[in-house]
Design a binder for this molecule. Structure first.
Ligand code: ADP
Ligand code: MG
Length: 368
């Protein structure tokens, strides 16, 4: 089994933003023809966590000095997130905790404790579907920061690793006097993989930085996880495209409007390989120790923070439309599950909290 198809990264793209910008620009030109051109948005791009990020700032004062301040604030914050939560950085808190084969307290930043706490909470809510201890199984199946595999693992190997997974083997607590945060393993072999939640948390951190700089209208995206604040250039909510899950090329499934909300997407169409006609995706069902099969093609979730949206999207990839959509709804999470029917056509399954499409699917514009 050789990886036949492995696309660089899964992302939900901000194509609609470019589209909205173009639309706003043409209206702007229409109304302000003859006047000197105003800048509509400050756009910054870079790379972090093995993927790309993009920031769009609207409003006043979009000058070079702001660009520099946003850039430096963003880089500082992303470097901190990397130092806390990256499995690729051997010096990060998480990597050092993973290497720490002991059941004693391990001091961590309050941010790492916050993310791990939420992950444990969602583990309980989702009946174990979301589980940050699946890392060894992710590696066993040839994903993550590890080498690809040549053949599927044996039942024995899966069973052996499953003995050291399960969020029940993790504990987070704070010293009531000092406020210091600690992680603790109940099983010294257990490891943490925050890949399904750290990008969302990174988005929230960058958004916080923009707020600190006094910005009210912006959009932050890291590898498809998004947070919006205020209005898009030209006014009105930000318009975001939900990508159609397909193996080649990019297309828009629908466009939705977001104001002061976060959105995340997980899917089986960016990071996977084919074994015959079976699609082996990087989402592991912790209850079986195997990649999810026959599940959603993608899940898009909306929440008040990108961290929550990100984690819930992964949880719903495991749970599927049933019981995932109802569970999300009970927890205030808007969700859209896209499924393939027998002929490969995409079916939409939203829960009641998911907004109506703001417009018909549009032609894919070039990314700005
Ligand atoms: P993406 O990285 O494409 O945005 P996700 O947010 O769904 O996708 O994260 C997938 C990653 O999360 C996997 O590569 C793996 O490291 C980890 N993971 C896989 N299955 C689970 C799970 N059931 N619970 C938590 N994390 C998972
Ligand atoms: Mg996720």
């Amino acid at each position: 089994m050789s990886p036949q198809l492995e696309l660089d990264r899964r992302t939900l793209r901000l194509i609609a933003i470019a589209f909205a910008l173009l639309a706003a620009l043409s209206i702007h030109r229409l109304y302000f023809a003859g006047l000197p051109e105003a800048t509509d948005a400050l756009v910054l791009q870079g790379r972090t966590m093995g993927t790309s990020y993009e920031i769009r700032v609207a409003g006043d004062g979009l000058d070079e000095s702001l660009r520099q301040r946003v850039l430096s604030e963003t880089r500082d914050r992303l470097a901190r997130v990397d130092g806390w939560m990256s499995n690729w950085n051997p010096e990060s808190e998480i990597s050092r905790f993973n290497a720490f084969r002991s059941t004693s307290d391990f001091p961590v930043s309050s941010e790492t404790a916050e993310v791990v706490s939420f992950a444990l909470e969602l583990n309980a809510i989702s009946g174990g579907a979301f589980d940050i201890t699946v890392g060894p199984l992710v590696a066993l199946w040839g994903f993550g920061s590890h080498a690809r595999i040549d053949s599927p693992p044996s039942d024995e190997e899966i069973a052996r690793l499953r003995r050291h997974t399960g969020a029940g083997a993790l504990h987070v607590h704070r010293d009531p006097e000092t406020g210091e945060a600690y992680l603790r393993k109940r099983d010294p072999e257990v490891e943490i993989d925050l890949s399904a939640i750290a990008k969302g948390f990174g988005v929230d951190q960058v958004a916080e930085g923009l707020e600190e700089l006094g910005r009210r209208d912006f959009l932050v995206e890291i590898g498809g996880e998004i947070r919006t604040a205020g209005e898009r250039p030209g006014g009105g909510p930000w318009r975001i495209a939900v990508e159609r899950p397909q193996d080649e090329g990019r297309a828009i499934q629908e466009v939705i409007e977001l104001q002061d909300r976060a959105m995340a997407t997980s899917g089986d169409y960016r990071i996977f390989y084919l074994e015959g006609s079976r699609r082996i995706s990087h989402t592991i069902d912790p209850r079986t120790g195997r990649p999810v099969e026959g599940g959603p093609a993608s899940v898009t979730t909306l929440a008040d923070s990108a961290m929550r949206a990100d984690a819930w999207a992964t949880a719903l990839m495991v749970l599927g439309a049933e019981p995932g959509l109802a569970l999300a709804e009970q927890n205030g999470i808007a969700a859209l599950v896209l499924k393939r029917d027998a002929k490969g056509a995409i079916l939409e399954r939203p829960n009641a909290l998911f907004p109506e499409a703001a417009g018909p699917p549009t032609r894919l514009p070039q990314r700005g």
